[in-house]
Write a protein that binds this ligand. Sequence first.
Ligand SMILES: NC(=O)c1ccc[n+]([C@@H]2O[C@H](COP(=O)([O-])OP(=O)(O)OC[C@H]3O[C@@H](n4cnc5c(N)ncnc54)[C@H](OP(=O)(O)O)[C@@H]3O)[C@@H](O)[C@H]2O)c1
Length: 332
Amino acid sequence: MRIRVIGAGAVGTVLATHLVRAGHAVRLSIREADLPSMQSVRHLRVDRVTGGPPLTVDKPPLSTGMDLHDVDAAFICVKHPDLRSVLDGLGPTIPSGCALIPCQNGVGAAQRIRQRFPASDPVAATVMFNAQTLQPLHARVTTEPTLLLRSGDPDLLSLFNGSGLRVRRVRGEGAAWGKLLLNLANAICALTHSSFHDVVSNDDLKTCFTSALDEAVRVLQAAKAPYRLPASMPYPAFRLLLDRAPSLALRASAFHRTASSHAYPSMVADMVQGRPTEIDQLNGEIVRLGELSGIDTPVNSQLVAMIRMREGRQPAEFLAPAELRQSLAAAG
Ligand SMILES: NC(=O)c1ccc[n+]([C@@H]2O[C@H](COP(=O)([O-])OP(=O)(O)OC[C@H]3O[C@@H](n4cnc5c(N)ncnc54)[C@H](OP(=O)(O)O)[C@@H]3O)[C@@H](O)[C@H]2O)c1
C-alpha cells in the first residue's frame, strides 16, 4: 500500500521502519529544518531493548509536504501541540480512500480531525510501546511494538504483517482511556525527572501516581466511560500489583519489558528542552471529564497546573519526589 508517515520522531521512525519492512511504499513527511540532518542518513533504524538485532531498512523518500493524493493511509505521528499545523497542511479536504490514522496519546485527536474534516473517518490508533529518538531517523523501543487500531478494515489491520509490529483491533475508546490512565505517570516523571521505573519503585512517586490514578478511575466510573488497562486486568488487581509487586505492574502496563533499563516518557524531554507538553490531553482530559461529571479532581488539576507553570522554563527545574508528594497531598 501507499503510506505517508507524518512526523519522523520516535513513533514515526518506528512505524515507518516496520511499514517499509512489511513491503509498503512509504513516504516520510518531515520539517524543512530537519531536511539536512535526515537527508544525509541512509537507513531507518530501530534498536530493541527487548532483544534481537536492530531493525534497519532503506530510508524511504522524504518530503516537506503532506500531499495525500495517491495515499492509502497516513499515520500522523506528531505531538498534540503540532496537530493543528499538520491539519492545516493537509489542504481543504482529505481524498476519499485515504485513511487518516492519528497516533497521539489520549482520546481527543480523532475528534479534532473529525471537526476539521467532517467527511473524514479517522482511525484512532493507540501506540502501545515506548520509543525514544537516539539520532535522526534512529529510534529505540523499550517494549514489544504493538499498535491498537479502532478499525475493522482488514487492509489496515494487516498493514504491519511480517514486520515484527503487532496490530490488534479494538472497539470503542476503552483501550485509549486505559492507556491514558497509565500516562498519568508522565506528568509525575516530568516534574521530578524520573523514569517509569522510578514511579513504581519510589514510595513518594508511587503515592503520587496512585492518587492520580484513583481519582481518574472515580471520574471514568462517574462518567460511565469504559476503560481497559493495557494489563487486561481489573483496576483493583492492578492497584494491588502496584503495591505488592511494582516491577510486575511495570511489565504488565506495557511501559517496559526489561527491569534493568529505565524508560522516560517524552514529557521529561519536553520539560528539559522547554517545549510545550501534552498535559492537556492526558491529566487535563481527566480534569475536563471530572468537571462534566461533577467529580473533583484536585490531584490531576494540581499536576496540570504545576506542569503548565514550568513549561518553557529554561533551565528546567525539577522537584524532589517528597516535595511533589507534599504538594499533591496539600491540593487533595
Ligand atoms: N514516544 C513514545 O513512546 C510514544 C508512545 C505512545 C504515544 N506517543 C504519542 O505519539 C505522538 C508522537 O510522539 P513522539 O514521541 O514520536 O514525538 P516526537 O519524537 O517529538 O516526534 C514528533 C515529530 O514530528 C515532527 N513534526 C512536528 N510537526 C511537524 C510538521 N508540521 N511536519 C512534519 N513534522 C512535524 C517533530 O519535529 P520537531 O521535533 O522539530 O517538532 C518530531 O520530529 C505523541 O502524541 C505521543 O503522545 C508516543
